[in-house]
Design a protein around this ligand. Structure first.
Ligand code: HEC
Ligand code: HEC
Ligand code: HEC
Ligand code: HEC
Length: 143
């Protein structure tokens, strides 16, 4: 009797855990990546959320919705799919404003303009190779 009860309890716990873990994975809220990501394209750029978070740059400095309303961390967490955050999901050949269709246009306007103007008294890199290189950064990480 005792053994049967114990086995039943163990089985229930294992099933519960399995279901619990699945549920957590399915509904995992989107968060800023902790590791650098690669912004892919003809001239790829390695971009580190953590560097910008430490500076105090808000999510909404870069992320907005179809009405150009700012997206907060909470808005992002509630999104079903990270594809909604891909800049090119809106900024493509069909985008209403022709000046905001190209990758160079939107990324340079967003990234480079802030680096030039500065944020909290800190300027960011503006040289082409400061952003368009991964070799230098890999070498540093490898030391
Ligand atoms: C602050 C970072 C930053 C700096 C500085 C920067 N870029 Fe970029 N650039 C980007 C990002 C991000 C992209 C998007 C990645 C992609 O499309 O390959 C991009 C895209 C591009 C593209 C691809 C355009 C396309 O439509 O495929 C070209 C070409 C380019 N940059 C040239 C330059 C040149 C030349 C300079 C220097 C005068 C420069 N960039 C400086 C961030 C930067
Ligand atoms: C300085 C600009 C900037 C800031 C600030 C920023 N992001 Fe991002 N984020 C990006 C770019 C650029 C991408 C890549 C978009 C693309 O590939 O088209 C991205 C991608 C993401 C992704 C998808 C990652 C993946 O692997 O596909 C998530 C999730 C995300 N950001 C969450 C956040 C959250 C949450 C915050 C605020 C805490 C934040 N971001 C702040 C620029 C930024
Ligand atoms: C859900 C659709 C959507 C996504 C995703 C999106 N944008 Fe936009 N973006 C817009 C709209 C709408 C405007 C306003 C257009 C106008 O005023 O003509 C805009 C305007 C801009 C502008 C010009 C105004 C400004 O804020 O300086 C830049 C630069 C820009 N977006 C960059 C980005 C970048 C970088 C990403 C990815 C991190 C991104 N956008 C993702 C819809 C989007
Ligand atoms: C709101 C202002 C702001 C925006 C928007 C912004 N940056 Fe930056 N970024 C900075 C500042 C300031 C620094 C310098 C940080 C320091 O010196 O500690 C920096 C540093 C960097 C660096 C050098 C540090 C590192 O990660 O190796 C890279 C590369 C970079 N940014 C890429 C980007 C790209 C790509 C984008 C657009 C997707 C972007 N930044 C958007 C302000 C910004």
């Amino acid at each position: 009797m005792k053994t049967t009860t114990t086995i039943a309890a163990v089985v229930t716990t294992v099933i519960g855990l399995a279901l619990g873990i699945t549920a957590v994975q399915a509904g995992d809220p989107l968060k800023a990546p902790t590791e650098p990501i690669t912004i892919a394209g003809k001239k790829p750029v390695e971009f580190d959320h953590a560097v910008h978070r430490e500076l105090g740059v808000a999510c909404a400095a870069c992320h907005h919705d179809e009405g150009h309303n700012p997206r907060t961390a909470e808005d992002i967490a509630a999104l079903a799919d990270r594809a909604a955050l891909q800049c090119a999901s809106c900024h493509n050949d069909e985008f209403a404003n022709p000046k905001l269709q190209g990758r160079k246009d939107i990324f340079h306007a967003n990234c480079r303009e802030c680096h030039k103007a500065g944020f909290n008294d800190k300027k960011g890199p503006t040289g082409c190779n400061d952003c368009h290189t991964k070799k230098k950064r890999k070498a540093i990480e490898g030391c």
